[in-house]
Design a protein around this ligand. Structure first.
Ligand code: GDP
Ligand code: GDP
Length: 438
C-alpha cells in the first residue's frame, strides 16, 4: 500500500518543520532557529481521521537569493512536489505577506498540484483571522490561520487537505494474500503445502524473492491469489546440511515478517510446545494475521468431546494468538485442508478492515460506562477523550487520553477485550495506542 505524500513548502523560518512535526505527532524533532538552514527531506507518517499519508518537510524555498546552497533547497522542494499528492504552503502570519511568499505562490500556480495555505504563528484565533485575511491575495484559496507550536487551527487545515488525498479504496491494491507456513520440524508443513498446491501444480510459478533461493508458490482459488512464501525453504529442510532436529526459527521469523497471514502449524499429538509459543509471540509482535493449523488430526483417538478439549487447550497455551481461528486438519487424508484458504481469506480481510470513528467511540463509551478508569493512588483519574482507527494491517486504534500512565494493565486489557468483543477482527491482532496530551 503506497500512501499519498504531502509536501510542506514555504520560505525559510516560517515554521515548516514545526508544522511537519505537529502533523507527524513528533514534537521532539529539532527545529532550527537560523534562517535557511539546509536539511534533508524527511518522510514521516501522519494521519487525519481515517486517512494516512506521508508528510515531507522541505528546506526553505527562496527565489531571489544567490547564496550557493539555496538552489539545492529549491531542488529539494521541487523533488518533494514532484511526488506529492498535495502541498501545504506555510506562510508567517506574524511577519505578514512578503514578496517571497508571492513568488512561491506564483510558482505554485504553475504546478498542477492542490495547495492548502497555512498561515502559521497565529496563536490567537481572533487575531489569526485578521492576520490570515491578507493572504487571500495570493490567489491560492482560503488561508487557514494556525499555530504549529500550539496546534490550534490544524483541524480545519487537515479537513481541507484530506479532500485532496486519494481515498482509502483508491490506495488499496489488487489483493494478493501473502501466506507463510511456519511450525516446528515434522509437524506437517511440507505435506500441507503439497496438499494446498497439489491439484494446482500447473499454476505454481516460481518467482524469485528477495534472496536468490527463495521460491514462492502461487495458488489461485475463487478469484483470490495466495502467495505461499519461501516454501522452498520447507522443502529444502530435508537436506543433509541440517539435522532433522534443526529448527530454522530465523527463517520462520523472516517468513512471518513477509506474510499477511501466517499459518502456524502444530502437531496435535504433541500439543502446544514452547517453540510453538515462541512463534505465536512473534506473529503477534509483528502484527500479522494468523490461522492455527492443528495437524495430524487423523492420528488422534477421539470421542465427541475431544475436539473441544483440544481447542480449549490450544487457545489457552497459544494466548499470544488467542484471537486466531483453530482448524483441525490432516495433511495425510486431506481432512479440512480445503477449508484453510477460506480461513486465510477471512483473516486477511479482518486484518485490513476499517471501523469508523463513530463506531469506535460507541464501543468506548459503552465500555467506560460499564467500568470507568480506576483512580490512581495519587487520586488522579484516567480520562479517555476519544479513539480513532489510524491504520490497518494490523487494525491500529489510537486512544486520546489525558495521561496514559493513569491506565493500568488491567484496564487496558479490559478496553482491548471490549474492542475484540464488539468489533470482531477474528484472525487479526488489534493494536491499541494510548496517547496523552503533551
Ligand atoms: P522552517 O525553517 O520553515 O522549517 O521553520 P521552523 O519550523 O524551523 O521555525 C522557525 C521559527 O519559527 C522557530 O523559531 C520556531 O520556534 C518558530 N515558530 C514555528 N512555528 C511557530 C508558531 O506556530 N508560532 C510561533 N510564535 N512561532 C513559531
Ligand atoms: P515438516 O517438517 O513440518 O515439513 O513436516 P512433513 O510434512 O515433512 O511431515 C513430517 C511427517 O509427518 C511425515 O512423515 C508426514 O507423513 C507426517 N504427517 C504430515 N502430516 C500428517 C497428518 O496430517 N497426519 C499424519 N498422521 N501424519 C502426517
Amino acid at each position: 500500500m503506497s500512501l499519498p505524500i504531502v509536501a510542506i513548502i514555504g520560505r525559510p523560518n516560517v515554521g515548516k518543520s514545526t508544522v511537519a512535526n505537529r502533523l507527524a505527532g513528533d514534537n521532539d524533532a529539532i527545529v532550527h532557529d537560523e534562517a535557511g538552514v539546509t536539511r534533508d527531506r524527511t518522510y514521516r507518517p501522519a494521519f487525519w481521521q481515517d486517512r494516512d499519508y506521508i508528510v515531507v518537510d522541505t528546506g526553505g524555498l527562496v527565489f531571489d537569493d544567490d547564496t550557493e546552497f539555496l538552489p539545492l533547497i529549491r531542488e529539494q522542494a521541487l523533488a518533494a512536489l514532484a511526488e506529492a499528492s498535495a502541498a501545504i504552503f506555510v506562510v508567517d502570519g506574524q511577519a505578514g505577506l512578503t514578496t517571497g511568499d508571492q513568488e512561491i505562490a506564483e510558482w505554485l500556480r504553475q504546478h498542477p498540484i492542490p495547495v492548502v495555505l497555512a498561515v502559521n504563528k497565529c496563536e490567537s484565533p481572533q487575531q489569526g483571522l485578521v492576520q490570515a485575511s491578507e493572504f487571500w491575495s495570493l490567489g491560492l484559496g482560503e488561508p487557514f490561520p494556525m499555530s504549529g507550536i500550539h496546534g490550534n487551527g490544524t483541524g480545519e487545515l487537515l479537513e481541507k487537505l484530506v479532500t485532496y488525498l486519494p481515498s482509502v479504496d483508491e490506495i488499496e491494491e489488487t489483493p494478493e494474500i501473502k501466506v507463510a507456513i511456519v511450525g516446528r520440524p515434522n509437524v506437517g508443513k511440507s505435506s500441507l503445502l503439497n496438499a494446498l498446491t497439489g491439484e494446482n501444480r500447473s499454476i505454481v510459478s516460481p518467482i524469485s524473492g528477495t534472496t536468490r533461493d527463495a521460491i514462492d508458490s502461487v495458488v489461485e482459488r475463487n478469484g483470490t491469489t495466495y502467495r505461499l512464501i519461501d516454501t522452498a525453504g520447507i522443502r529444502r529442510k530435508k537436506n543433509v546440511e541440517y539435522g532433522s532436529e534443526f529448527f530454522g526459527i530465523n527463517r520462520a521469523f523472516k517468513a512471518i515478517r513477509r506474510a499477511d497471514v501466517v499459518l502456524l502449524v502444530i502437531d496435535v499429538l504433541d500439543g502446544v510446545t514452547d517453540q510453538d509459543q515462541k512463534l505465536a509471540g512473534r506473529i503477534a509482535e509483528e502484527g500479522r494475521a494468523c490461522v492455527v493449523i492443528a495437524n495430524k488430526w487423523d492420528a488422534v483417538e477421539k470421542d465427541s468431546y475431544t475436539i473441544y478439549e483440544h481447542q480449549a487447550n490450544i487457545t489457552t497455551r497459544l494466548s499470544f494468538v488467542e484471537w486466531a481461528e483453530v482448524i483441525f486438519t490432516s495433511a495425510l487424508t486431506g481432512q479440512r485442508v480445503d477449508k484453510i484458504l477460506g480461513l486465510v481469506n477471512t483473516a486477511a480481510e479482518e486484518h485490513k478492515r476499517r471501523v469508523s470513528t463513530a463506531v469506535i467511540n460507541e464501543v468506548l463509551e459503552e465500555a467506560i460506562s460499564w467500568h470507568s478508569p480506576t483512580v490512581s493512588r495519587q487520586g488522579r483519574q484516567g480520562k479517555i477523550y476519544y479513539g480513532t482507527q489510524v491504520s490497518t494491517q494490523p487494525p491500529s486504534i489510537v486512544l486520546f487520553v489525558n495521561d496514559p500512565q493513569r491506565f493500568n494493565d488491567n484496564y487496558r486489557r479490559y478496553i482491548e477485550k471490549q474492542f475484540r468483543q464488539q468489533l470482531g477482527f477474528k484472525g487479526s491482532p488489534i493494536k491499541l495506542m494510548w496517547r496523552g496530551k503533551k
